[in-house]
Design a protein around this ligand. Structure first.
Ligand code: 5GP
Length: 176
């Protein structure tokens, strides 16, 4: 094992499984958006690695931007109060948006962002989520492209942190 205390981690999805899933998602998105002006919006920080890998599997011209949010509350619990701490750089009016998120837990973050972005009058808006934790849902949110479904455990790796650590693990794991 390495130097990050990974011996306590149980691997849920390997680097290879994640890669294959992203190839599938990229193919679907490519097919669905052919001929459209697609803008991918990554939600920072958790989705930065997923967004970077996903766009390289999308085989049409694509614009990319990022939005950073913080949710008040403890490190592992979402309070539902979301604040935009870095807004988009570009105007999304009239564009087809694909919101890329690492994980949907309660659904509150995605719901807030969907409402916020809809008010900017995009042509359409869809969501692409690497991990879905349906058991934790408090509000319904549409997930148009889904990577994996996970149980109600706290996961780290592949962009997801615990106390800002473990984002650099190439796999997704949970702490036993
Ligand atoms: P929601 O608003 O859906 O409850 O939570 C969304 C955010 O909470 C995610 O973007 C992520 O930052 C964080 N989150 C939820 N579940 C997990 C988890 O299992 N692991 C990590 N690292 N973050 C999580």
């Amino acid at each position: 094992m390495g130097e990050q205390g990974e011996s306590a981690f149980k691997i849920l999805f390997t680097e290879e499984q994640i890669k294959n899933k992203i190839i599938e998602l990229g193919m679907q998105i490519t097919r669905d958006y052919k001929g459209e002006n697609l803008t991918v919006i990554g939600i920072l920080k958790g989705a930065f690695i997923f967004a970077a890998d996903l766009i390289r599997q999308i085989n049409i011209p694509v614009a990319v931007d990022f939005i950073a949010v913080s949710s008040y509350g403890s490190a592992t619990k979402s309070s539902g109060e979301v604040k935009i701490i870095k807004d988009l750089d570009i105007s999304v009016k009239g564009r087809h948006l694909l919101l890329v998120e690492d994980i949907v837990d309660t659904g509150l973050t995605l719901k807030y962002l969907l409402e916020n972005l809809k008010s900017r009058e995009p042509a359409s808006i869809k969501t692409c989520v690497l991990l879905d934790k349906p058991q934790a849902r408090k509000v319904e949110v549409p997930i148009d492209y889904r990577g994996f479904t996970v149980d109600n455990v706290f996961v780290v790796g592949y962009g997801l942190d615990y106390d800002q650590k473990y984002r650099n693990l190439p796999y997704i794991a949970y702490l036993e």
